[in-house]
Design a protein around this ligand. Structure first.
Ligand code: ATP
Ligand code: MG
Length: 632
């Protein structure tokens, strides 16, 4: 038998080719060394950064460091069961988490495993942990408010949907409280909330979950928890996992979402720990050089996506997301501005999109058989409320300055205010919202326009007045007004205010109706005021809600109601006091009125003040301030 050399050579060559493609050696590596949640793995030469790998014991990991002859992997699971020499497999995928409706109401760890004992989560959907933030063209400016229900914030530091607003302050200053109240206030607003707890004590997280359950907020909330006792890798990925879960609702449902990251200082610490174990060089304040990127790529995912409209055949279902049904504009970018599509074809974007699509439809002959469609998966948003803990109020430390520069503003909480009983302890002087004003209700803007600056000026003046200096009448008035506004803005936890209630109560304050009330009575009067409006004048509240602004006529009506109510309130106050004094007075001399820190409207002057109130609301405080000045 004769062999053909050529044939054999080609058969062998073919075999070799196939052999190579069947057994891909590069896909499996071995653990070189393991410890503290980190493994160094040899042999994964083609691994990608952030790729998911699986270990022999079932734990998964994420490739974080690509080195010349090995890769550094963070282990997301039981690292004690992994030993040197174990097999590690590439998956070719980025790390992802389960997402979808099934996640709502659940408490999960950062890889999506349930922690609440309510059984497995039935969802086939998943999204990558790290997702590139959309570009500028896919966004639109913040234009819808996200009401926190907290007077001091909604009036002075308004937050819009899609905004990133930092909550910053020392430990135990009420940071978490603000975030939780904001979640509670989203009830019935169609906002999906994600609360990410990073490095908190398990008991703290449990208390938060109880509170959310009690208030019925778990119906629209997902809790992602990596507590202090969880390994650093889980604490590091937790915020990304939370963002991915919210992104599903934002991108695929067009929903508004809210992510709270409580808190990112702990995430940075976990990341520092990982990085040092991976032998990355430490940088400023011992954080690795890319810790800015850690927070910027997370917060950049907080956006307001553009709305998308198109002209479609009239029989298109309302929930259709099929862009190919959109009728193309024959002129594209050449069309007149009032009906020019934004993509040069058929899609109209952003707030003005509907108008332009309608304008174009009106010019078409087949207008009757077509309609303007808003794609239901467009226009979603992710509002991010990252929390950062400072040490001794040090905002110029590395991590706080990073996050301040990434976000669209900050709410700064101060221990001094907190312990003085001013809660929420917002320092209005250095708190800002850079974009939220655009989304604030007109009515709120009208009543609270200069409140932030006025209050900041008041705090300065107050510090000055403590020196015992004599004040001119204008400053004294400012001081009195400031004291009452500060009192008015106090708010207990878990009691969010509706936006109309906020507007009415701030109206009373900034329009001077509280100036002649004793400071201690301000919150009582406010309660009375809101009850009165809801019981007796629901039509005014309704008008305020419907129009969202205060017309001149409405302004007059509200003033009248508040003015009358106050006269009544002051009269009752007087009567109560007289009754009290009557009881005590028999003993002999009248006691000096108590003179605490508040030189409030003196008793004898209150009735006149009440009478003169409508005409000259500032008369009484001037008198009161004069009394205050005398004292000092
Ligand atoms: N508006 C408020 N009125 C009354 N008490 C409040 C208010 N806000 C917060 N508190 C209380 O202050 C304490 C600290 O609040 P919180 O836990 O929100 O602060 P934190 O800054 O998140 O603290 P930590 O540093 O532990 O995270 C809690 O006991 C809370 O109940
Ligand atoms: Mg907290």
């Amino acid at each position: 038998m004769k062999f053909k050399v050529d044939e054999i050579a080609s058969v062998i060559a073919e075999e070799i080719k196939q052999y190579r493609s069947e057994a891909d050696l590069a896909e499996v590596g071995t653990v070189l060394e393991v410890g503290d949640g980190i493994a160094r793995v040899y042999g994964l030469t083609d691994a990608m950064a952030s790729e998911k790998v699986t270990f022999a014991n079932g734990a998964s990991g994420q490739v974080l460091n690509l080195e010349e002859s090995s890769v550094g992997v963070v282990i997301l699971g039981d690292y004690l069961g992994i030993k040197e020499g174990d097999e590690v497999r590439r998956t070719g995928e980025l790390l992802s988490v389960p997402v979808g409706d099934a996640m709502i109401g659940r408490v999960v760890d950062p890889v999506g495993r349930p922690l609440d004992g309510l059984g497995t989560i039935e969802t086939s959907l998943s999204r990558p942990l790290e997702f590139k933030a959309p570009g500028i063209a896919e966004r639109q400016p913040v234009n819808e408010p996200l009401q926190t229900g907290i007077k001091a914030i909604d009036s002075m530091i308004p937050i819009g949907r899609g905004q990133r607003e930092l909550i910053i302050g020392d430990r135990k200053t009420g940071k978490t409280a603000i975030a939780i109240d904001t979640i509670l206030n989203q009830k019935g607003q169609g906002v999906v909330c994600v609360y990410v707890a990073i490095g908190l004590k398990e008991s703290t997280v449990a208390a938060v979950i109880d509170k959310l359950k009690e208030a019925g907020a778990m119906d629209y909330t997902i809790v992602v928890s990596a507590s202090a006792s969880d390994p650093a890798p889980l604490q590091y990925i937790a915020p990304y996992a939370g963002a991915a879960m919210a992104e599903y609702f934002m991108y695929e449902r067009g929903s508004a979402t809210l992510c709270v990251y409580d808190d990112l200082s702990k995430q940075a610490q976990a990341y520092r720990q990982l990085s040092l174990l991976l032998r990355r060089p430490p940088g400023r304040e011992a954080y690795p050089g890319d810790v800015f990127y850690l927070h910027s790529r997370l917060l950049e995912r907080g956006v307001k996506l553009r709305d998308e409209y198109a002209v479609v055949p009239a029989d298109t279902p309302e929930d259709s997301t099929d862009r190919s049904l959109a009728v193309c504009h024959p002129e594209g970018f050449g069309a007149p501005e009032e009906h020019r599509p934004d993509d040069g074809q058929a899609l109209f974007h952003r707030a003005s999109g509907r108008e332009r699509a309608e304008a174009w439809l009106a010019t078409r002959d087949d207008a009757a058989s077509h309609r303007v469609h808003e794609f239901p998966d467009s226009g979603g948003s992710m509002t991010a409320l990252p929390i950062i803990e400072t040490l001794e109020g040090e905002v110029s430390a590395y991590i706080p300055t990073n996050v301040i520069s990434i976000t669209d503003g900050q709410i700064y909480l101060e221990p001094d205010l907190f312990f003085a009983g001013i809660r929420p302890a917002v320092n209005v002087g250095i708190s800002v919202s850079r974009v939220g004003g655009n989304a604030q209700r007109k009515a709120m803007k009208t009543v609270a326009g200069s409140l932030r600056l006025d209050l900041a000026a008041f705090r300065d003046l107050e510090a000055f007045a403590q020196l015992g200096t004599e004040l001119d009448p204008a400053s004294a008035r400012q001081l009195e007004r400031g004291r009452r506004m500060t009192e008015l803005l106090k708010q207990p936890q878990y009691s969010p205010y509706g936006v109309n209630d906020q507007i009415l109560s701030i109206f009373a304050g900034t329009r001077g109706f509280l100036d002649d009330l004793p400071v201690a009575q301000v919150l009582d009067f406010e309660r009375e005021l809101l009850r009165h409006f809801h019981d007796e004048f629901p039509e005014l509240v309704e008008e305020l809600d419907r129009t969202g602004k205060i017309s001149e006529e409405l302004d007059g009506k509200i003033r009248k109601v508040i003015g009358e109510l106050k006269q009544h309130f002051v009269r009752e106050l007087e009567a109560a006091k007289e009754a009290e004094e009557g009881e005590e007075g028999e003993e002999g001399e009248r006691k000096e009125p108590p003179r605490g820190e508040r030189p409030a409207a003196p008793r004898s002057e209150a009735p006149e003040a009440a009478a003169a109130e409508d005409a000259e609301p500032v008369a009484a405080p001037a008198a009161a301030a004069a009394a205050g000045a005398e004292r000092s």
